[in-house]
Design a binder for this molecule. Structure first.
Ligand SMILES: NC(=O)c1ccc[n+]([C@@H]2O[C@H](COP(=O)([O-])OP(=O)(O)OC[C@H]3O[C@@H](n4cnc5c(N)ncnc54)[C@H](OP(=O)(O)O)[C@@H]3O)[C@@H](O)[C@H]2O)c1
Length: 273
């Protein structure tokens, strides 16, 4: 394994760029140990500026030269790309799928059971070292190889190892939900702008408050409802705002959005069965 890239990426879009940015910022491994192949070279060139990341000319060459291969293409491209690289895989290669659309069994079938496969579900905040990644690995993945994947994602945020039965839930919980938080932040900032604050300042206030509130949930050990109560003075302005949000169906709307994400994941999985 020594003369191969430690980590090879196929595709260089939003999610792969976020992972590589996180790895580079945290100095997780020498950038010369990261190989990337993609259909379009421009994103690789942007990422490899000021680093030693290696642009590899084809997916097969990348597969041949990498110990751990993170497949970062869209779900529709997975069958083609995995079929394309199958003959280049070594028996000790590990494929990491980051798409919610295929089970471990489906992925193994696509590569004719040539090597180990593991599933991860990261999110774009990995780019700033504050990601959340779920990992599920079958028992036949050797512990030291599984640990290399845990270490990679831990270098850019939190990691939880979960059973495959929970993987469909993760996109709503953390994979897709950054988009939900961005919309909420934008809407909150719109209101603040309406009330007179300059837009950049409004984003700064809202985003810092989201960050601090998230840290309180993670670090205080308190129930989110208790933390909410601690902000609400009797007869005060916060509870007036909350009453309005409840009247407009905030909780039900959020639960419906999360469930729509989950339903879509299940539908996408069924299509590929
Ligand atoms: N975005 C997220 O927040 C997120 C979160 C969790 C998981 N994921 C998963 O991550 C995967 C990628 O999503 P994304 O949002 O990063 O998509 P994306 O931005 O569209 O990136 C896909 C990349 O794959 C490249 N590509 C397409 N076909 C290829 C091929 N045959 N060989 C090599 N490269 C090829 C694309 O090249 P071009 O530039 O030429 O199109 C592009 O660089 C998906 O499976 C998704 O489910 C994404």
């Amino acid at each position: 394994m020594a003369d191969r890239f430690q980590y090879g990426f196929i595709g260089c879009g939003n999610m792969v760029s976020a992972i590589i940015q996180g790895m580079i910022s945290s100095q997780f491994c020498p950038s010369s140990q990261i190989g990337v192949s993609s259909r379009t070279q421009s994103r690789i060139q942007a990422l490899s500026k000021d680093t030693d990341i290696v642009a590899v000319q084809s997916n097969q060459e990348l597969a041949q030269k990498s110990s751990i291969i993170i497949v970062g293409v869209k779900p529709a491209q997975y069958p083609t790309v995995l079929h394309e690289i199958t003959s280049s895989l070594h028996s000790d290669t590990l494929i990491v799928s980051i798409t919610p659309s295929f089970t471990l069994a489906q992925l193994q079938h696509m590569i004719d059971h040539k090597c180990h496969v593991l599933r991860a579900m990261p999110n774009t905040p990995l780019a700033v070292g504050c990601g959340m990644t779920a990992i599920c690995a079958p028992d036949d993945v050797p512990a030291e190889i599984r640990q290399k994947v845990v270490d990679l994602f831990s270098s850019c945020g939190r990691v939880e190892v979960i059973p495959e039965t929970l993987m469909d839930v993760v996109p709503a919980a953390s994979g897709s939900s950054p988009a939900f938080f961005f919309i909420i932040a934008e809407a909150m900032a719109d209101a603040v702008v309406m009330q007179g604050m300059p837009r950049q300042q409004a984003y700064s206030f809202v985003a810092q408050t989201m960050l601090g509130s998230a840290k309180m949930i993670l670090e205080s050990g308190k129930h989110p409802g208790q933390l909410k109560d601690e902000v609400c003075s009797p007869g005060g302005s916060t509870i007036a705002g909350i009453a309005k949000l409840e009247e407009m169906g905030l909780r039900g709307t959020i639960i419906s959005g999360m469930n729509a994400t989950w339903e879509k994941i299940k539908e996408m999985g069924k299509k590929t069965e």
